[in-house]
Design a protein around this ligand. Sequence first.
Ligand SMILES: O=c1[nH]c(=O)c2[nH]c(=O)[nH]c2[nH]1
Length: 316
Amino acid sequence: MTSTEGILTSARYGKDQVRVFRVVRNGAVHEIVEYNVQVLLEGDIATSYTEADNSVVVATDSMKNITYYLAKVSPYVLTPEHFALHLGTHFVAKYSHINKALVTVEKLRWSRIPVGVAGQERPHPHSFIRDGEDKRTAAVEVEKAVDGALTGKVTGGIRDLLVLKSTGSSFTEFVRDEYTTLVEVDDRVFSTSVDLSYTYSLFAIPFPTDAKKLAFEVPREVADADAVAGKARVATLDIFATDNSESVQATLFKMAQRVVAENDAVQTVSYRLPNKHYIPVDMKYIGVDNTTPASAEVFMPIAAPNGLISATISRK
Ligand SMILES: O=c1[nH]c(=O)c2[nH]c(=O)[nH]c2[nH]1
């Protein structure tokens, strides 16, 4: 017997971890991207849950097929934000009962291999190296209003950007009370795995005149997504490396300020920074000093627990 004790209050479904590799051949010089794509749809799909009505279900297998098809035909495939927007727009334009598409694209690193003798290397036209485990991310929402008007919301970002500095970080003058055991340090190891996301302002998307033709043009609000992503990564690394950090919080704020300052299109910047602790090993038992900031040379990297510092900085 079907229970009527509960009601469906929200529903979305789709395909996760669609792995896509695309090569664009410009003569001998190839451009490549490797993506992990997630597509989730919302709309008039309640009966698929409540009445086993599959007539409203676009199969997640079809969503996977559409992802590969657009990877083949979209002129925007090389930029994660643009590809995600094209995909999202296609879903809501093609299926009248779908009113929201949430598409995330995670871009894996593949950089050109520098070839030649050391010091005089040149980027190879079609050979690449995974030069980092960090991923560029794009999260897009395309929403269709009841009158058919489309709006787009785009969030770009980075995740898993692992960094460490062996000095230029202190932590002092925090609350001291009966629970405090942490000692103040004017020099410490600072390591984090950067998780960054930044939002663009909401924009209108012209309704594709012929969904079959996949009509889509990149809105000007997100036209510079590649440049923004590049500047955000450089700013993050530059501030991390050069800031005389007084805390993860203070360094985070400087990073975010710079991303806002350098990118007119960016409205809010959020960082989530785990503080990956490195504890100086106590060697007093063997008569060796390794615990003061000046003497500490051997550290124990601690997997858990970690601090977790996050904040959102919004354009004034
Ligand atoms: O930069 C830091 N911020 C904190 O909030 C904190 N708390 C802590 O124990 N160590 C640190 N370091």
